[in-house]
Design a protein around this ligand. Structure first.
Ligand code: SF4
Length: 472
């Protein structure tokens, strides 16, 4: 048996970048730290997979029980198929040095149908590509699929409560013709991917938009480390393609980009802020957003977005509050209580209303809270600080991969060791008992919420100081 050189995930990596597949195989220790958000995504995949099995009950789980058992599992798969097995989960197929494990295989009336399960609402080109690689391997191994399907989450599904019926939860997309059309591309790419994996040294690949597309590459820490901070590749106000276009036109520093005649107002503001090292802002515009209020109340809600809904009446990925807290200007905390583990937004609003004064300004960060407060016709002035920090009226003098309160505060020097916060994804992992620190720890979550509220207050005060400076 030829040695296994590629899998579905390494092949997809190779299509994105040949250097990435080389590094992944030969220098895995250089990979960036995996973010909690990505870990949450992987775990979501398992849960959905088990739910899909229920659509095809009484199958045989062929997945190898330990990493060295793939060859054995592949032999077992072939044996089971030849022996007349009808349904196989995670069956192992090997051909041409490639190993794949289709989620579900159904053998019926002399036909083989292959099902790939995805915990998302749509079918992406990458899903087609990875199903196409599986088709290539099964076909080569002598088990040509008659049909290939993607099972993904039905966006119109509303959970009625009780046990989930997978036939309502999933949508079947027949991608057989797309998968067959991709075979030429697959055959062309495999030798390239194998050559990169087996190379003695890393292939020369320049950084480019492919470092982010279709997935943010986990070797950016390595490949991007010599990009200077003032490079046009680190501009927030224009898209990735435009940043690389500027670099290819010879601009090595944002200070070289001509502002004269440039009608991109946001880009101009960003460049001016970055060069001067000071924020650029329009205080008259900021003033319009910052209502005068008796006092400010800061609100932080932690949401979980489950692909599989847990609360009757909700949809897949609908954000559900799992913990919340508010901070009044006098330093008093309002601690959220729920009558059920997932809570509802309505409950939060009701409890908050009890504490708020009509003139209090409720300050928070994020579209989700904003959306729910507007849905409820919440009867208090509200301010989404995210809108302020994303607006054309304020540009901070630094680049951020993501404009989160933690990232902004770190750059502004507000977030020091004392106030170090988890990000929300880490807090959710802590809530669900998956954090490195072990089981759900309410104290850990409460601390996260408290620190986040202090952070919100600092970010609010930062903008008020800018306005004051200008008006004095
Ligand atoms: S960071 Fe970019 S160039 Fe480096 S391995 Fe990843 S995709 Fe390739």
């Amino acid at each position: 048996m030829a040695k296994t050189e590629l899998s579905k995930s390494t092949f997809i990596r190779a299509v994105q970048c040949l250097k990435s597949i080389y590094l992944n195989k030969n220098r895995p220790f250089l990979r960036d730290h995996l973010e909690a958000r990505q870990l949450n995504k992987f775990e979501r995949g398992h849960e959905i997979g088990y739910l899909a099995w229920k659509l095809f009950p009484n199958g045989i789980d062929c997945s190898p029980k330990y990493p060295g058992a793939y060859a054995k599992a592949a032999a077992k798969t072939a044996e089971l198929i030849l022996g007349g097995a009808k349904i196989l989960y995670e069956a192992v197929f090997e051909y041409d040095g490639i190993r794949v494990l289709p989620d579900i295989i159904v053998l019926e009336n002399g036909e083989i149908n292959m099902y790939e399960v995805k915990g998302s609402l749509n079918v992406s080109p990458t899903y087609i590509l990875d199903a196409a690689l599986q088709y290539y391997v099964l076909n080569g191994a002598g088990f040509t699929p008659s049909h290939t399907f993607i099972l993904h989450v039905n966006k119109n599904y509303v959970y009625p409560g009780g046990e989930i019926r997978p036939e309502d939860f999933f949508v079947f997309d027949d991608i057989t013709s797309e998968v067959i059309q991709q075979q030429e591309f697959i055959k062309f790419k495999i030798p390239e991917a194998k050559a990169a994996v087996n190379a003695n040294k890393s292939p020369e690949v320049a950084i480019g938009p492919h470092c982010y597309l279709p997935y943010p590459c986990d070797f950016r820490g390595l490949c991007w480390k010599s990009v200077p901070e003032d490079s046009p590749l680190y501009l927030n106000s224009i898209d990735l393609q435009s940043r690389f276009r500027l670099a290819s036109e010879g601009f090595t520093s944002i200070s070289q980009i001509p502002l004269e005649g440039n009608d991109n107002k946001l880009l101009k503001m960003e460049i001016e802020a970055r060069i001067s090292g000071k924020p650029k802002y329009q205080s008259s515009e900021l003033q319009k957003i910052f209502y005068s209020a008796k006092q400010q109340v800061y609100l932080k809600i932690l949401f979980i977005e489950n692909a599989i809904p847990r609360l009757a009446g909700t949809r897949p990925f609908e954000p559900l509050p799992i913990a919340w807290m508010a901070l009044k200007e006098d330093g008093k905390f309002i601690e959220g209580k729920f009558s059920n583990p997932y809570g509802t937004f309505f409950e939060i609003a009701q409890q908050l209303q009890y504490f708020l004064d009509k003139q209090d300004l409720l300050i928070f960060w994020g579209k989700t809270t904003d959306y729910y407060l507007h849905q409820l016709d919440f009867d208090f002035p509200i301010l989404n600080l995210e809108n302020v920090y994303q607006s054309e009226s304020l540009y901070l003098p630094f680049y951020l991969d993501e404009k989160t309160p933690e990232n902004i505060a770190t750059k502004l020097g507000i977030l020091n060791g004392e106030l170090a916060v988890m990000n929300d994804e880490e807090a959710i992992r802590a809530w669900s008992g998956e954090s490195a620190k072990g089981k759900y720890n309410s104290e850990e979550i409460q601390n996260h919420l408290k620190k986040h509220l202090f952070l919100l207050r600092e970010l609010y005060l930062y903008v008020t100081r800018l306005i004051e400076q200008d008006t004095n």
